[in-house]
Ligand binder design. Sequence first.
Ligand code: SAH
Ligand code: SF4
Length: 371
Amino acid sequence: MKFTPAKPPLTGETLDSLTARLRENGEPAFRAKQILAWLYKKRVRSWDEMTNLSKSLRTWLADTFELMPAALVLNKQSEDVTDKLLLELGDRSLIETVIIRVPQEGVGVDHSRKTICISTQVGCAMGCVFCASGLAGLKRDLNAGEIVAQLLQVCYREDERTPRAHMELASFDNIVVMGMGEPLANYDHLIRALTILNADWGLGFGARRITISTSGLVPKILRLAEEPLGFRLAISLHGATDEVREQIMPVNKAFPLAKLLPAVKAFSEQHGRMVTLEFILIADVNDSLEQARKLRDIALDLHAHVNLIPYNTVEGLPWKRPSLTRQERFADILRAARISVTLRREKGHDIAAACGQLRLKTEKERELAAV
Ligand code: SAH
Ligand code: SF4
């Protein structure tokens, strides 16, 4: 399903596209920089706050663009360190953006390192059997403005918590594209959004601090390797053999390991940076020591970092995480080979669990309310 907003979002404009649009309206080119500075540096939330623009230009802007295409409908802070923003888009679709705070030694939570997990689609078409985001299939792609808006909403949220002296900068440390959706299935909008986030006239956020996670769309991985902005890559592997991977990730039929792994290698050689292999541990599905040994061999060959994620149960799905002992035994096989491995522990690190489920719950509540 395609969604064409009545007015395009300002957050989807690049400096060039906005300059061209203003020119058509008889405005000088420098106005575009001023407008984007109000949006990304001063982070005003209404046209009237753009005080160095004439009243008539502000009226034209308001008639032409949506300043913020994603409205905050719920901010759910859990007892742990995640902070979930539920956002509503112009067609009432819901998406989730999650702030994961990792407190730093000796300082308060406001000085924590913040990783922001963003969504790229409403739903997902990839059909991984364990995932909440894909349960109802794909509703639609997000446009670039809706992707950028998630980060701006996070800035609004964080600016309210931090002194004004900290403004002008992005208020977070890392972006992970690990929310709802398969980012590489929405390639052009994704790259446009990340370009806006990276630009000095945008949020000025370093590409090296942005990680894109994919279920393994091989041609798009190869295309991503050619992008001038060097984004980081994470691969949702979840199975160290075709046999296991195919059971839980339908994408493995089109792109089996014999195609996926060389593409990952090509990416990492091109970038000279480690790729991350994500591996959810699901009891009795992929948690055997045999799988651990296969994963070890793959990681050694790719010189990759491995992120082991104990599965987070999803309402209505039968899968469970293995016991702590089993998780550790699996990790030990990788550690013994001196692979760089993390086994997520804290609840707040469970990015994926955070993403997708709040939306699902709210949509169910809406359906019930409509009956
Ligand atoms: N579509 C992309 C990015 C979004 S999913 C991808 O698949 O990589 C982000 C990560 O969360 C993926 O590694 C995904 O497999 C994982 N994930 C999905 N559901 C999960 C669950 N219930 N518990 C733990 N991780 C999960
Ligand atoms: Fe889509 Fe990623 Fe979930 Fe698979 S794991 S269904 S690709 S969001």
